[in-house]
Design a protein around this ligand. Structure first.
Ligand code: FDA
Length: 298
C-alpha cells in the first residue's frame, strides 16, 4: 500500500457517512429485503447463485440481536417464496455472540431451524479471532443436524489444525477466504504470498478429504492455483463453487462462469451497512480515494 493509500485508509473514519455510503453502495444491495430480492433475481437471471447477508455485527443489545434473527427468518421466507437460487450467510455477533454465547446459540438455532424447514443452506461467516473458537464450535454442533457451513480464514496460523479436526469429525462444508480483519502476527500470517500459500495448502487438504468448498477470492493468482487443484483432484462442479463479493470484479466472475464453474455472489443488505462498507473500502484504497474526492466535490 502506498503512503497515499495508507493516508486515505487512515482518514476514512473522518469522512461523513453519507459520502462513504455513496461510494460503498456498489457493495450492498440496499437497505431493505425488497432490494436484496431484486438484486438476487438479477444475479439469478445471469445464472449466478447468491448468498445473502443481513448487515449487522458486534451487536450489544439483546433486542437488536433478536431483531436480526427475525430479519433472517423473513429473508429465508422470501428466498423460498420467490424461489431464489440463494442461501444465507450469518455473522454470529449479529445474533448475539458479543452479548452471551447461550443467547446467541438460541437465536442462531431459530434461524437454522427456519432454514432447514424451508430447505435452505446456511453458512456461518467468520469474524475476528476472539470469535474463531466459538464459531467453529457452533458449526460443529449444528452440522450434525442441519445443512450448514462455516468459513475458514487462510491468514490464521491455526486454520490447518481447525480443518483437520473438523474433517475428522465428518462431512464438512467450508468457504475458504484470506480473512479480512486485522490480526496480530503471532496468530496470523501477514505476507501476501504466505497467505496465498496457506490458502492453497488448505484448499488442497479440503479437496483431498472430500469437503465441499466455496472458493472465496478475487485474487487471480489464487484462482489459477485453485483451478489447477480442481483439475488435479478431477473434481466435478458439484464439489465446489467460486464465491465473490457483490460489486467486485464482475468481469472475473463472468470469466469463471464461462469456464464452467458455478459462481455465488455475496449479497449484503440492511441498514447497518457502515462497518461492512468501510472494511471493503480499506481493502481497496482506490475506491477510498473516490470517497475523499467525493468530499472535495461537495
Ligand atoms: P485480494 O485482496 O488480493 O484482492 C484481489 C483483487 O480483487 C484486488 O487486487 C482487487 O482488484 C479486487 N478486490 C478485492 N477486494 C476488493 C474490494 N473490496 N473492492 C474492489 N476490488 C476488490 N473474510 C472474513 O474474514 N470472513 C468471512 O466470512 C468472509 N466472507 C467472504 C465471503 C466472500 C464471498 C468473499 C469473496 C470474501 C469474504 N471475506 C471474508 C473477505 C476475504 O477474507 C478477503 O478479505 C477478500 O476476499 C479480499 O481478498 P481476495 O482473496 O479477494 O484477494
Amino acid at each position: 500500500m502506498s503512503i497515499f493509500d495508507k493516508l486515505v485508509v487512515a482518514t476514512l473514519p473522518l469522512v461523513p457517512k453519507i459520502i462513504v455510503g455513496k461510494v460503498a453502495s456498489q457493495y450492498i444491495a440496499g437497505e431493505t429485503l425488497t432490494d436484496a430480492v431484486r438484486t438476487v433475481q438479477a444475479l439469478n437471471r445471469k445464472r449466478l447463485l447468491a448468498t445473502v447477508d443481513v448487515l449487522g455485527e458486534f451487536v450489544h443489545e439483546r433486542a437488536v440481536a433478536e431483531r436480526d434473527a427475525e430479519e433472517y427468518i423473513d429473508l429465508l421466507s422470501a428466498i423460498h417464496r420467490e424461489q431464489l437460487d440463494a442461501n444465507v450467510s450469518v455473522k454470529l455477533t449479529a445474533v448475539g455472540a458479543s452479548i452471551d454465547p447461550q443467547f446467541m446459540r438460541a437465536n442462531l438455532r431459530r434461524v437454522v431451524e427456519a432454514a432447514s424447514q424451508l430447505g435452505t443452506f446456511l453458512r456461518i461467516d467468520m469474524e475476528d479471532s476472539p470469535y474463531t473458537t466459538g464459531t467453529l464450535a457452533a458449526y460443529d454442533e449444528l452440522r450434525r443436524e442441519f445443512k450448514v457451513g462455516v468459513v475458514i480464514q487462510a491468514y490464521l496460523r491455526r486454520s490447518l489444525d481447525d480443518i483437520n479436526r473438523l474433517l475428522d469429525g465428518g462431512p464438512a462444508n467450508f468457504r475458504l477466504c484470506k480473512g479480512i480483519y486485522v490480526e496480530p502476527e503471532a496468530i496470523a500470517y501477514q505476507g501476501k504470498q504466505e497467505i496465498r500459500d496457506n490458502y492453497v495448502a488448505l484448499l488442497d487438504r479440503m479437496f483431498e478429504r472430500g469437503a465441499y468448498v466455496g472458493i472465496a477470492t478475487h485474487d487471480d493468482w489464487l484462482i489459477a492455483a485453485s483451478e489447477r487443484l480442481i483439475r488435479q483432484h478431477k473434481l466435478t462442479p458439484n464439489r465446489y463453487e467460486f464465491q465473490m463479493l457483490l460489486g467486485v470484479l464482475p468481469r472475473m466472475r463472468d470469466e469463471l462462469q464461462a469456464r464452467g464453474h458455478r459462481v455465488r455472489i455475496y449479497v449484503p443488505y440492511g441498514k447497518s451497512w457502515y462497518g461492512y462498507s468501510t472494511r471493503r473500502l480499506k481493502e481497496n484504497p482506490r475506491l477510498a480515494g473516490q470517497v475523499l474526492r467525493g468530499i472535495f466535490k461537495k
